[in-house]
Design a binder for this molecule. Sequence first.
Ligand SMILES: [Zn+2]
Length: 302
Amino acid sequence: MGKVVSVAIGEANLRISLADTGTQSLNTVYKAATHKTNAKFLKQMFSAIDKLKNFEGIGVASPGLLNASKGIIHKSRNLGLADLNIVKILEDRYKVPVFLSSRAVAGVLAEHLFGSGKDCRQMAFLTFSTGIECGVILNGRLLLGKEGNAHEIGHAIIDANSSVQCGCGGKGHWEAFTSGSGIPVFARYLLNTKYEDKKSSLRSVKELHPQAVFDAAKKDKVAAGIVAEIGRINAMGAGNMSSIFDLELITVSGGVALYNKDAVLNPIAKDIGKYTVNKPPKVVISKLGEKTVPYGAVADFM
Ligand SMILES: [Zn+2]
């Protein structure tokens, strides 16, 4: 096979790349904010793919919930797409084979084939973006689940007594505390409870973006305390993964981690052993960075 198209759908950006299966290279040809209704999204995706010539397949990676084997994106709370039969739509338009996988599955496959997890048979890809997801390979095989949704670790309950609400409506879920969408809510919660009577530069920030919290932590004690709490919760979540899956390796990715490598990675790598009964896995930042999921989307063709 020669050239294939990679469609990596994210809550923030749609990234379309052209990959060469011979040289195993991948070049991004389109990146823009993801349009958030089915009709607008399809128009956006078609206009980018229509410009590409002589490709022999398309791989799509998307946040869930999916029915991956039927090729349908059922819904994504953070994305706005619903019941989108994306595989059939792309096959009908471009007359090439199309595969759909979850973003986390694509991520772990890319890390396994091209990244830090080469030759590793027990590994996970853990991504911190708008939500938290993990893709898992056990005994050299991908863990998929009945509809391809075995990646929703972000909704694992970390604190059963917490009032901090997740985007899904549940309370105390991992991503409610430490994902891109959770950090602002959790930081505000801590400012109003644990740090109620403490001064902090974060109090004057109107829109608390995760980056504002990590940046402030370099000189503000309260922000540093919040970042430490984020680190403790992430170590706990990764520890749960280790206890469930008995992993050799976790590769960490997603915008929140890639832009704050030390602050996100170090507490997990250092403290995961406190929260698992198993021998803790090695924890590293993804070497492929923002290209992990685009590579994984077309891994079936490579
Ligand atoms: Zn949730």
